[in-house]
Design a protein around this ligand. Structure first.
Ligand code: GAF
Length: 408
């Protein structure tokens, strides 16, 4: 049978040391400190964040690490282990939408957005290293933004993030909004706010119930090991790009439907009112038909988040499986953001005994998650790897995802 490749998270001390050593090697001096922030998986509530809905992410044990030193001028010098330590340079005064390409946009964008929000932030040197799988739909970009946000918060004394022991959730909400602006305006990806909130506001051992209408959160206990379960993440390594038009098109269809329904966001469409709303949207046009399917997904998906949390609250973790399955079907058939590789993971994992499985994140490639009994993890991973090999697909990568700690 096909080999199973696991991507392990670095121990936090190792990640910090890597960023530190890269910094010292390239800049010839000590950094002011090291900071880190996690990638995320979303348990359920997909494509709901930009509709004012609910979502339920957890922080991954995989993190982006930055070593950073404040400068007295306006210059940002950046180096990443992921591009062989090449040093880049940006002047903060020059940062504006469309001016910074590639990964430096996520870093410089955070400094820019902090300034736009009225905070006094200057130049800095920064070294980046990360074990968040890149381009896997696991929010490597949000983890980079969030690690830079908490680093700048510390070195420029903004007083927003709080400490690792006592995170300041209100301050972190501000930082999350800053990171979203960096991503939307400087990196040019029209994403919602789930990923940045997960990276900054999640807590270990919990899922983060995020209400994207008012920004409020609840930390829902999600202790997998107490239930003999694991969350298995499969990175399909299939093409995945949020900057292309598909994500923006989904968002635009939802916004157009909300206008036609006379609501501010689709969150305002109650499940009881869904049939009437769909009847309004179905005007015989192709566009109306697309809106029917998009709205049906969003409204039912928000309802599934509530059901998922109710089952966790009741201690019935295994019972969330069918909700994951239903979420995947809806994303595949109504929202049309799945792909062959994601469907294959979900089908193979379920056939091998997973309690539930679904794509996670934006879709069009990226990763899927499966809720699996701990003693069946290897069998499920093997079955997925075999299914990829049999289908002639590139080997996927596997990650275990116990809910981990936020940016610190
Ligand atoms: C991506 C986006 F960045 C999020 O904001 C969210 O919309 C998600 O896709 C879909 O739920 O991760």
């Amino acid at each position: 049978s096909a080999a199973v490749e696991w991507v392990e998270a670095w121990a936090p001390a190792d990640g910090a040391r890597r960023a530190h050593d890269l910094f010292v090697d390239r800049f010839g001096t000590e950094p002011d400190g090291t900071w880190s922030a996690p990638g995320r998986v979303n348990l359920i509530g997909e494509h709901t964040d930009y509709n004012g809905g609910l979502c339920l992410p957890t922080a991954l044990p995989h993190r982006a690490y930055v070593a950073l030193r404040r400068r007295d001028d306006d210059t940002v010098r950046l180096v990443s282990a992921q591009e062989a330590g090449r040093v880049r340079e940006v002047r903060l005064a020059d940062v504006a939408p469309g001016t910074v390409d590639g990964w430096p946009a996520y870093v410089a964008g955070v400094a820019w957005a902090l300034r736009e929000a009225g905070h006094v932030v200057g130049g800095f040197d920064v070294a980046v290293d990360s074990c968040v799988p890149y381009g896997a739909g696991l929010s490597s970009s949000a983890s980079l933004e969030a690690s830079v946000a908490v680093a700048l918060d510390a070195v420029f004394d903004l007083g927003l993030a709080g400490t690792a022991e006592q995170p300041d959730d209100a301050g972190r909400t501000t930082l999350a909004a800053v990171c979203v602006r960096a991503e939307n305006e400087i990196a040019g990806a029209p994403t919602g706010g789930m990923d940045q909130s997960a990276s900054l506001r999640a807590s270990a051992g919990h899922a983060l119930l995020l209400d994207c209408l008012d920004g409020s959160v609840r930390h829902v206990p999600f202790d997998l090991s107490a239930h003999g379960l694991e969350l298995l993440v499969v990175d399909t390594r299939a093409e995945h790009a949020l900057v292309d038009g598909q994500y923006a098109a989904r968002r635009a269809a939802c916004e157009a439907a909300a206008v036609r329904l006379g609501v501010g966001t689709l969150r305002e469409v109650a499940p009881e009112a869904l049939d009437a709303a769909l009847a309004t949207l179905a005007d015989g046009s192709a566009e109306g038909d697309v809106q029917v399917r998009r709205v049906r997904h969003v409204v039912r998906e928000i309802e599934r988040v509530e059901q998922f949390v109710a089952r966790l609250d009741a201690g019935d973790v295994e019972a969330v499986g069918p909700l994951m399955d239903a979420s995947h079907a809806s994303l595949r058939d109504d929202y049309e953001v799945s792909c062959r590789e994601l469907d294959l993971v979900v089908d193979a994992a379920r056939a091998a005994g997973a309690l539930g499985a679904r794509m996670t994140g934006g879709g069009f490639g990226g990763s899927a998650i499966a809720l699996v009994r701990a003693d069946e993890v290897d069998a499920v991973a093997s079955a997925v790897a075999d299914a990829f090999a049999a289908g002639g697909l590139r080997a996927p990568a596997f990650v275990l995802a116990p809910p981990a700690a936020p940016a610190s």
